[in-house]
Write a protein that binds this ligand. Structure first.
Ligand code: SF4
Ligand code: SF4
Length: 220
């Protein structure tokens, strides 16, 4: 899930400047779960902006905001409200903001900071688990990601600085490589810790190129 937080209201006001009429968009998926861009938060934002003298021409919750076809469909349905607005305030992740920008053709403002791809620990608490590197090595690391969870991002750890299982850089965090060691031992795969993991081809993180090429080949 994409974890997000709401930007401070003052920052959002700054973005909107002297624009008077605003259309607000939320997202039914991650931003709803994070309580940053679900229906309740969109309604709250509407009230707050109205109390500051803005006119809200309309709002909608996209299902979800990162689905371009869905976004286009939503904007067709709300054409009049959107067209009469000076801009669209998007309460979704950065991906959603860009889909709305493309689909609406309007000036868009992002109301959220997109933080990371994470797991939900409990309500309102999230764990950063994947950095979308495009070349997953979880098979070799007992299902624990060193790219994201080792503070130095070491592919071939540990660095040797851990103390009592905690990271030398950030003692608040468990040493990812100790977790990996323990996990591999537990599942009878400790030998794997010796497998060399070569430097990552960062370009592989940009999978969109690969996807586009595949699509082009399929069509052509
Ligand atoms: S190795 Fe890469 S793709 Fe796999 S979990 Fe870690 S960051 Fe994500
Ligand atoms: S102590 Fe562990 S988590 Fe911290 S940088 Fe070293 S290997 Fe990575």
């Amino acid at each position: 899930m994409i974890i997000s937080e709401q930007k401070p209201f003052e920052e959002i006001q700054e973005y909107l400047g002297d624009e008077e009429k605003i259309f607000i968009v939320g997202c039914s998926d991650c931003a709803t779960v994070c309580q940053t861009g679900g229906e309740d938060q969109v309604k709250e934002m509407k009230e707050k902006l109205e109390s500051e003298g803005k006119i809200i021409t309309g709002w909608m919750i996209l299902n979800p905001a990162c689905h371009l076809l869905e976004v286009k469909r939503g904007f067709r349905e709300k054409k009049e409200e959107v067209n009469s607005a000076d801009s669209v305030l998007v309460m979704a992740c950065g991906n959603g903001v860009q889909a709305v920008t493309e689909a609406s053709g309007k000036v868009t403002h992002s109301a959220l900071n997109t933080l990371f791809l994470g797991s939900i620990q409990r309500f309102g608490q999230y764990l950063e688990r994947c950095s979308l590197c495009g070349e997953c090595i979880l098979e070799q690391t007992g299902g624990i990601c060193p790219v994201t969870r080792c503070t130095k991002g070491l592919l071939n750890g540990p660095c040797g600085g851990a103390k009592d299982g905690k990271c030398e850089v950030d003692p608040e965090k468990d040493c990812a490589w100790e977790l990996i060691f323990n996990r591999l031992k537990e599942i009878g795969q400790l030998e794997r810790i010796k497998e060399f993991k070569p430097p990552k081809a960062r370009s592989k993180g940009q999978q969109w190129r690969v996807i586009l090429e595949r699509k082009a080949a399929a069509v052509g």
